[in-house]
Design a protein around this ligand. Structure first.
Ligand SMILES: Nc1ncnc2c1ncn2[C@@H]1O[C@H](COP(=O)(O)OP(=O)(O)OP(=O)(O)O)[C@@H](O)[C@H]1O
Length: 310
C-alpha cells in the first residue's frame, strides 16, 4: 500500500477558549494541487501552520510520509516546503544570499547548497535577478523568491497560504502557472478565500467553514454540488419566457426587472453559446450576457441544500 504523503487525524486547535479548528481528517497520497477554500477566519492558516510544524495543535496528529510532526518535527519538516501568508523574506539580502540562508535553515548539506540555489532560481524564473536585493523586486518576483525558499530542499509536499494574495492580475497568472509547474512533480496544498482560484488551479478541494470541513472531494464533484448555476443577461426584445426555456441547457429564467433576466443553466459554455445563437436568429437583441459569480456564502448555502436533498 502507498504511504500517505500527508495524514491529518482528528485535528483540533484552540487559541484560547474558542476552537479555531475542530476534528479535521484527511489523507493525501497523490501528486496534484489540493485547495483549502474558506472565508477569512475559517481556520485555513491554523491548519496549514500545524501541518508545517509552525504551530502545535491542541489535539490530533499530523504525519508527513509516516513521520509524526509532533514527536519528530525536524525529520518531518525535511519533506515539507512552506510559503506562509507573509513570506519570511529578508529584504536586505540578495536573492542568492537569501536562498543560501533558507537552505541553511533547512539543514541542507553544505556541498549541495550551490546547486540547489541554482535549480530553485531557475525553476521560479529569477536566475537573472540573483544579485538583486529582495527589497528592489516587484511583489510578483518577491513571491517567486518565497516559492523558491519553499522548494529549495526539494520537498515532496509544499504548502502555500494564500499564494496570490496582494498580487496584480498579471502576477496572479504568472504565479498560478508556477504553482502548476511545481505541482507536476509533488503535492501542493494551497489556501484561498477566492472560489475562482481553486476552480482555476486545484484538482481537489476542502471547503472549511468555522473550523470544520464543509465539503471534501474532487473539483468535479464540487462543481456537481454547486451546479446548476446562473448567468445574467439583458434582451431588448425578449420572447415569451416559455420560448426561452426551450433552449437546451436552460433550466429556469427569472425576470429581474426592465430588460434583465437571470437564467439557470446546466453546462455554462454550451448553454451560453446556444443562447447567443438563438437570440441572434430570433432577433431578441441580446445586449449582454455574463456568468454570475457565486459568493462563498452562496456556495455554502448550495452545499448544505444539496446535502439535505441527497
Ligand atoms: N494567534 C491567534 N490567537 C487567537 N485567535 C487566533 C489566532 N490566530 C487565529 N485566530 C482565530 O482563529 C480562527 C481561525 O483563524 P485562521 O487565521 O486560521 O483563519 P483563516 O481561514 O486562515 O483566515 P485568514 O484568511 O483571514 O487568515 C479565527 O477566528 C481567528 O480569529
Amino acid at each position: 500500500m502507498n504511504e500517505a504523503i500527508v495524514k491529518v487525524e482528528n485535528l483540533s486547535h484552540r487559541y484560547n477558549s474558542q476552537w479555531a479548528v475542530k476534528d479535521i481528517n484527511f489523507e493525501l497520497d497523490r501528486n496534484g494541487i489540493y485547495g483549502l477554500l474558506g472565508a477569512n477566519g475559517a481556520g485555513k492558516s491554523t491548519i496549514m501552520n500545524i501541518m508545517c510544524g509552525v504551530l502545535n495543535q491542541t489535539q490530533g496528529e499530523v504525519s508527513i510520509k509516516g513521520v509524526n510532526m509532533r514527536t519528530h518535527p525536524v525529520e518531518a519538516k525535511k519533506y515539507i516546503g512552506f510559503l506562509p501568508q507573509k513570506p519570511p523574506l529578508l529584504m536586505d539580502l540578495t536573492v542568492e544570499e537569501y536562498l543560501e540562508h533558507a537552505a541553511g535553515i533547512r539543514l541542507m548539506p553544505e556541498s549541495k547548497i550551490r546547486e540547489a540555489i541554482g535549480e530553485a532560481m531557475e525553476k521560479v524564473g529569477i536566475s537573472h535577478f540573483n544579485k538583486r536585493l529582495i527589497r528592489n523586486l516587484s511583489g510578483g518576483y518577491q513571491q517567486r523568491v518565497g516559492i523558491a525558499q519553499a522548494i529549495i530542499h526539494k520537498p515532496d509536499f509544499v504548502v502555500m497560504d494564500e499564494p496570490t494574495n496582494g498580487l496584480d492580475p498579471n502576477q496572479i497568472l504568472e504565479v498560478r502557472n508556477l504553482i502548476r509547474e511545481i505541482a507536476s512533480e509533488r503535492t501542493v496544498v494551497l489556501s484561498t478565500h477566492i472560489l475562482q482560484e481553486v476552480q482555476a488551479l486545484c484538482d481537489n478541494i476542502w471547503m472549511i467553514n468555522q473550523g470544520t470541513v464543509a465539503f471534501a472531494g474532487s473539483m468535479e464533484e464540487f462543481d456537481g454540488y454547486i451546479l446548476p448555476s446562473t448567468l445574467v443577461l439583458s434582451m431588448i426584445s425578449a420572447p415569451p419566457l416559455d420560448e426561452f426555456l426551450s433552449i437546451p441547457g436552460v433550466m429556469n429564467i427569472e425576470p429581474l426587472g426592465g430588460i434583465r433576466y437571470r437564467v439557470q443553466y446546466t453546462q455554462a459554455q454550451e448553454t451560453m453559446e446556444r443562447i447567443i445563437e438563438t437570440s441572434v436568429q430570433k432577433k431578441w437583441r441580446l445586449l449582454e450576457i455574463s456568468l454570475e459569480k457565486m459568493s462563498l456564502e452562496n456556495v455554502f448555502a448550495a452545499l448544505s441544500q444539496n446535502k439535505t436533498a441527497r
